[in-house]
Design a protein around this ligand. Structure first.
Ligand code: TPP
Ligand code: MG
Length: 354
């Protein structure tokens, strides 16, 4: 039986900011590792900001903005080994970049081009999941499979606060717990599920409290503190690898951008709070930490930013060089034995499209 730890009440923090809390150091992170973390955050930030521009220019479709979520994604990612699996939601659409996936692949996904779909095995990154929480059971199943095969790899699944109200979340969490699957359930609690606030989502005092009901430990961290996200995920991964089963991590933040490019949050969000939260956004906070430690200076920061900008610029050029798909793809791969009507349907579609 898993040991049930009471969920952490206070948000774990490592970055002290300028409020007197003081910066802490984290085991296993020397200067090089800290800079790698920063590089990852800047790549994600650059990708995200450029994607909003590309959307406005009509070069990608509707896009789920992850501005100020980079700390959760990069922090959790760097706690993983190469063999570990990642199950992203649409909010973590670009996390594959941290595993070396070309930006063009993810941009192609948002353009709706076939080049945007990859073989998950190539990067140990599952397909981007748009239905809320349906990937939690997938991740639990893969992690359980790793355990059954005696492999050391684990999996991390990302989902939002709203996802914790879905049946698939419950099923996946419970399944992972009873099988002792090496899974990290990483909940991005940004306080909003589109226009539904956290208060309308749950009566639980914290989302991490839900972990107790599944018989797994629950951790609560500041989701805009990349080092706290890293440290908590390291603990969860270590537990997973040593047979301790799954861990639930609640990373708390506040959504400072629209849900997606198709959303206008002015109709429902607390705009004053958004402005407050923007002042402590996660990339700037980590940059402050690195500068206080004497690890980052202007020239280095500028070169890391320009490297990221070049990568994303090349990515959109490559994505736009992709030829349009043949419409036949709409019909391929859906059935092993396609209905005969598909042939005439395809002919009709071709006629319609000219
Ligand atoms: C099963 C399902 N129901 C509804 C939706 C529509 N939908 C898209 S995003 C979203 C909100 C999810 O909020 P949350 O889980 O907090 O994640 P966040 O977007 O804040 O990262 C909803 C309801 C969906 N994609 N899938
Ligand atoms: Mg949310």
């Amino acid at each position: 039986m898993a040991q049930v730890l009471p969920a952490e009440r206070d948000l774990r923090r490592v970055i002290g900011d300028a409020d007197g809390a003081g910066d802490r150091e984290v085991d296993g992170l020397g200067e090089q590792e800290l800079l790698e973390l920063y590089r990852s955050m800047v790549l994600l930030r650059t990708y995200d900001e450029r994607s909003v521009v590309y959307h406005r220019q009509g070069r990608i479709g509707t896009y789920a903005i992850f501005w100020n979520h980079e700390a959760m994604q990069a922090g959790a990612f760097h706690a993983l080994e190469d063999e570990d699996w990642i199950f992203p939601s649409y909010r973590e659409s670009a996390i594959g970049l941290l595993r070396g996936m070309p930006p063009a692949t993810v941009l192609s996904w948002w353009r709706g081009y076939p080049a945007g779909w990859w073989n998950p095995e190539d990067y140990r990154v599952a397909s981007i999941c748009v239905p809320i929480a349906t990937h939690v059971p997938h991740a639990a199943g893969l992690a359980w499979g790793k355990k059954l095969k005696g492999e050391t790899a684990c999996a991390v699944v990302f989902f939002g606060d709203g996802a914790t109200s879905e049946g698939a979340f419950h099923e996946g969490a419970n399944f992972a717990a009873v099988t002792g699957a090496p899974l990290v359930l990483f909940c991005n609690n940004n306080h909003w599920a589109i226009s539904t606030p956290l208060e309308a989502q749950t009566r639980a005092e914290t989302l991490a409290d839900k972990a107790v009901g599944y018989g797994m430990p629950g951790l609560r961290v500041d989701g805009t503190d990349v080092l706290a996200c890293y440290e908590a995920t390291c603990e969860a991964v270590a537990r997973a690898r040593t047979g301790g089963g799954p861990t639930f991590i609640e990373a708390v933040s506040y959504r400072t951008a629209p849900h997606a490019t198709a959303d206008d949050p002015r109709a429902y969000i607390d705009l004053a709070r958004v402005e407050e939260e923007k002042k402590r956004e996660c990339v700037g906070r980590f940059e402050g930490y690195l500068r206080r430690a004497g690890i980052l200076h202007d020239d280095l920061a500028a070169s890391i930013r320009s490297e990221a900008a070049d990568a994303v610029r090349a990515g959109i050029a490559d994505a736009e060089a992709e030829p349009p798909a043949d419409v036949e793809l709409l019909f391929a791969h859906a059935y092993a034995d396609p209905p005969v009507s598909f042939g005439s349907d395809l002919d009709e579609l071709r006629r319609t499209l000219g």
